[in-house]
Write a protein that binds this ligand. Sequence first.
Ligand code: NAI
Ligand code: MG
Length: 356
Amino acid sequence: MQTIALLPGDGIGPEIIDEAVKVLKAVEAKYDLKFQFKKSLVGGASADIYGTPLTEDTVALCKDCDAILFGAVGGPKWDKLPKEFRPEQAILGLRKSLGLYANLRSVILFNALSDASPIKKEIIGEELDIMIVRELTGGLYFGKPKGIERTHDKTRAFDTMEYTDEEIKRVARIAFETAQRRQKRLTSVDKANVLETSRLWRTIVTDMAADYPDVKLCHMYVDNCSMQLVLNPGQFDVILTENTFGDILSDEASVLTGSIGMLPSASIGDGKPYLYEPIHGSAPDIAGSGKANPIACILSVAMMLEYSFGAKDAASAIKNAVERALNEGYRTFDIQVGAKKVVSTSEMGDIIVENL
Ligand code: NAI
Ligand code: MG
């Protein structure tokens, strides 16, 4: 029996989590798995009731589970709250309290969606399947000092980009191991021509390569990488990068797949539970309209089955079921190119379950 914490959150979060749970229930019987679900409020939904986006009870519930499925948090209703009460603190707080330092984002362009990608088929080539491994708990977003100083004649704001050797090693290890399970090509992305942190990053990753002789390592500057993702995305297998660069590059890469509603992610650390979530936000503009694409959340469940439960067969079955639904021409509202039939969030969930 595996226990799964369900944290639907705000906006379309609850809608897509419902579809992901349908899929989990459908694979249970077929693959001899047994799940127990524990639900909790996070984000604005939690702030409304408990006055905080992430309660200690929710953190304790998550620590007690084998894996976490997170929907999305945030929305205009809570935008004016002071920083510590804002919904986004829920995901930041969870990553921190669970020690989730590596974020794996799977960027796959399904064949049926190749016309929905802004990049032409000839440029993409046979296949687009990139895994971005982004460092998640260090760098510019967390380095100290950080702040803003006002004097009579000027205002100065500052952030600190900071990495220790251990922080770099542990995320690089995950990237090398991920590459070993895939095409064995790793691109480490940095800005070593300018940044001290990047020079340390490059030295450590280069030294570690000796432990992974089967992996072909190359280094790329982040500005070039952002260009290469558009010019020749097929060259990438696994991309390893620090927090800020990874945030930006993975949003850029998401566009290649046709819609942000297609991209799943896993946040992992040294012990369980890992956290799985679609990369998109709570999409308040379409919440409650049945227009949300549940595929990113359903593919996040596939990552959960593979990474947390070692159920590779069930994970591939889900990916195949998604592919079949798309090949049959079913689309949600965000991807209408090549659509034979545009369906609602829950209809898409049902079709994927039928295809399992
Ligand atoms: P967003 O990802 O929620 O939406 C961007 C655009 O993509 C919108 O037009 C939305 O309708 C569309 N979209 C997103 N997911 C979709 C899906 N599954 N199906 C169809 N269309 C989809 O980003 P935005 O608008 O910048 O942020 C909205 C709220 O979400 C904010 O409060 C933000 O802070 C929060 N957010 C939360 C995240 C999380 O919970 N991990 C991540 C990113 C943003
Ligand atoms: Mg982002």
